[in-house]
Design a protein around this ligand. Structure first.
Ligand code: C5P
Length: 251
């Protein structure tokens, strides 16, 4: 695995396993991670991970965003860890008791199972929520940016490894939570690429410069005429940016 391939996560946003397998087998040679989300996982169940392993995938970000009472979340995290995933996520707004239970569960589970402890990250504020939805519908009085930082700090205090955050928020989270805290950034668009439905975007090199550890990229690779070439170009750009990132030794 190269330093840049370790930083790239390709989103397998496909409804059917055949398309996800096909894309995986095209890209597995680059040793990147693959994000499996609710659509594919709910349709296919955990066996989809084995199918994608057969197609060459080695590392999975299981993007199921658990949000429930502490006992239920801890159980879900335990079950996901047994599937051997590399990274998974929960909602920070489930509260500190739930987050602590999840982090403890993973540490204990990894110790007893012999599997590596998955990276556990949290979603702070869904990027689909705007100030109005947060304030009027959910009753959160703080501005979004403040809410994101408050939840990121709580996530860190509870023993999780990091947060999902669009690249434009990475700098503020990095300065609030320090260098060891992982930032996973979607909304990545190489210069000149189609923006699609993303509102807050950054280039791969811009995201690394702003402090993102991992980049989640979907359509710029999976919908490209040549996904392999698009992946290579992205890895090249990430590689160059890593050379100049402020904290280069952390890669
Ligand atoms: O195709 P695209 O690169 O926009 O895909 C980005 C991926 O990251 C999708 O799987 C999307 O659901 C996910 N994501 C996002 N924005 C967030 C959280 C996750 O785009 N705030």
């Amino acid at each position: 695995m190269t330093l840049s391939s370790e930083r790239l996560i390709v989103a397998l946003d496909f409804a059917d396993v055949a398309s996800a397998r096909e894309m995986t087998s095209r890209l597995a040679t680059y040793d990147i991670a693959f994000k499996v989300g609710l659509e594919l996982f709910v349709a296919q169940g955990p066996r989809v991970l084995d199918e994608l392993r057969e197609a060459g995938a080695r590392r999975f970000f299981l993007d199921l965003k658990f949000h429930d009472i502490p006992n239920t979340m801890a159980g879900a995290v335990r079950s996901a860890a047994k599937e051997g995933v590399w990274m998974m996520n929960v909602h920070a707004s489930a509260g500190s008791a739930a987050l602590k239970r999840c982090a403890d569960e993973l540490t204990e589970g990894a110790g007893s199972s012999g599997l590596p402890r998955p990276i556990l990250i949290a979603v702070t504020v869904l990027t689909s929520l705007d100030e109005n939805a947060l304030g009027q519908e959910l009753g959160v009085a703080r501005p979004i940016e403040q809410q994101v930082i408050t939840l990121a700090k709580m996530t860190q205090e509870c023993g999780l490894d990091g947060v999902v955050a669009p690249a434009p928020d990475a700098r503020a989270i990095r300065s609030a939570c320090g260098d060891a805290f992982k930032i996973v950034s979607p909304g990545i668009r190489p210069a000149g690429a189609q923006i699609n439905d993303q509102a807050r975007i950054n280039t791969p090199s811009g995201a690394i410069r702003d402090g993102a550890d991992y980049l989640v990229v979907g359509r710029p690779i999976t919908q490209a005429a040549d996904p392999g070439k698009a992946c290579e170009e992205l890895l090249r750009e990430i590689g160059q940016a890593i050379l100049y990132e402020p904290n280069a030794e952390k890669a």
